[in-house]
Design a protein around this ligand. Structure first.
Ligand SMILES: C[S@@+](CC[C@H](N)C(=O)[O-])C[C@H]1O[C@@H](n2cnc3c(N)ncnc32)[C@H](O)[C@@H]1O
Length: 240
């Protein structure tokens, strides 16, 4: 069984840090935390892209309600282009919604084919990558998310995120600086990788901690010995 350790901090970079087995989760703003992190092998992320203002048509009111009011998080109107540029420097990077940012040409766009069409969401979503491989597509019904448990208004399906983890090869440490409900982290842990996640909304940070703790517990059932929980510094600014 893993232990979850959450400690208040006077660090200027993060509000809380939670170490759950192979996952290190930060509550805070990734713009402040990212420059303090050690090198990671791969970034797999799904940043907000200020869609609230870009939506048009009859679905827009419904989506704004869902994201901003029911979702309970402050939506960045401006895309965090400066963060995305930092993430491009990772050896391997997969950035969902990459078509909303100014990014270099890519050989290997990834396509999530949502299979079902409806009038308010897109038929596909695109991820920019810096991977040296052909364009690839993943078919997965958007509707199936309901059966996985819906934790976040823009939650990515777990099978999709596991497919992404597979695409970054043997990357040992995976970072998601916009982790939301922690789908990338669950996929990473289930596939035996270390994970670093950042989320600035406490509600989603707590959900991510719980989901990743569950994933870690499931994994440890198959391990000979459960990993020891790590102690984090009470007031330290050291990271991961
Ligand atoms: C598109 S959602 C990610 C959803 C996630 N893929 C999932 O499956 O749950 C983007 C998340 O980034 C968070 N976020 C936005 N700006 C942030 C920032 N500057 N630092 C950290 N998190 C941020 C939002 O609160 C939101 O939960």
């Amino acid at each position: 069984m893993n232990e979850r350790t959450i400690q208040a901090s006077s660090s200027p970079h993060w509000i809380d840090r939670c170490q759950i087995g192979d996952a290190t989760l930060y509550l805070g703003d990734c713009r402040e935390i990212l420059p303090t992190l050690p090198r990671v092998d791969a970034v797999i992320t799904d940043p907000p892209y200020g869609m609230g203002d870009k939506l048009s048509g009859s679905g827009s009111g419904r989506w704004k309600k869902l994201y901003v009011e029911k979702g309970g998080f402050s939506w960045d109107q401006e895309a965090p282009q400066e963060v995305v540029e930092l993430l491009l420097k990772a050896d391997k990077a997969i950035i969902w919604g990459g078509n909303f940012f100014e990014l270099p040409p890519s050989r290997a766009w990834l396509v999530w084919n949502k299979i079902i069409r409806n009038f308010s969401t897109s038929v596909c979503e695109l991820a920019w990558t810096n991977l040296d491989r052909p364009v690839d597509a993943f078919d997965y019904s958007h509707g199936q998310l309901a059966t996985e448990g819906k934790h976040h208004p823009t939650q990515k399906p777990l099978p999709l995120m596991k497919w992404c983890v597979d695409r970054v090869g043997d990357a040992a440490v995976i970072l998601d600086p916009f982790m939301g409900s922690g789908s990338t982290g669950v996929a990473a842990i289930q596939m035996g990788r270390k994970f670093i996640g950042i989320e600035r909304e406490p509600k989603y940070f707590d959900i991510a901690c719980r989901r990743i703790e569950d994933a870690q517990r499931q994994e440890s059932l198959f391990e000979p010995e459960a990993p020891k929980a790590e102690q984090t510094a009470l007031f330290g600014s050291e990271v991961a």
